[in-house]
Design a protein around this ligand. Structure first.
Ligand code: IMP
Ligand code: MG
Length: 174
């Protein structure tokens, strides 16, 4: 392999942050119908850990999307590869994502989901790369803001690998 992974955020740092986010979300959603929507595949690792740090009776669902055009198509539409199993009407939806980069995927997805009339819809991401933003997205809960570097681990992949790393690492080409 012509790459190596450098630790950017250790397992302990990531876990401490997820604990903090879980506490904030618990406070904010007490008395509501919190429904977590995980964006596959990257969001799975973060979502399972986060949901265990939320001390409320949450429900969960999964969705897979693929973004059209990387740079070539400015509209950046998204296609639903796997839709939700359940309706979200009247629910307090929290989308759980691994990373927000250009913002195209999430801004499109949020618009689509708003049409299904949830009671509320918010966004929680483990990582945010604000420098890369092309489309504005309102992010309600952010784990870490990171510089414009390609990262892996905790669900994030490089050519489908490294998702299972228990920390966040930067890919360094040798
Ligand atoms: P965007 O915000 O629409 O540009 O797309 C974000 C998606 O791109 C994420 O859900 C990831 O799947 C992928 N992505 C963006 N940056 C990285 C990275 O540094 N490592 C791994 N995947 C990334
Ligand atoms: Mg993703």
């Amino acid at each position: 392999m012509a790459e190596r992974i450098e630790v950017l955020l250790s397992e302990e740092e990531v876990e401490r942050k997820i604990q903090e986010l879980g506490e904030r979300i618990t406070e904010d959603y007490t008395g509501k119908n919190l429904h977590l929507i995980c964006i596959l595949k990257g969001g799975v690792f973060f979502m399972t850990e986060l949901s265990r740090r939320i001390t409320l009776p949450v429900t969960i669902d999964f969705m897979a999307v693929s973004s059209y055009g990387d740079g070539t198509e400015s509209s950046g539409r998204v296609r639903i590869v796997k839709d939700l199993d359940e309706a979200i009407e009247g629910k307090d939806v929290l989308i759980v994502e691994d990373i927000i980069d250009s913002g195209r995927t999430l801004s499109n997805l949020i618009e689509m989901l708003k049409n299904r009339r949830p009671a509320s819809i918010k966004l929680c991401t483990l990582l945010d790369k604000p420098e890369r933003r092309v489309v504005p997205v309102e992010v309600d809960y952010v784990g870490f803001r990171i510089p414009d570097e390609f990262v892996v681990g905790y669900g994030l992949d490089y050519k489908q690998r490294y998702r299972n790393l228990p920390y966040i690492g930067a890919v360094v080409q040798e």
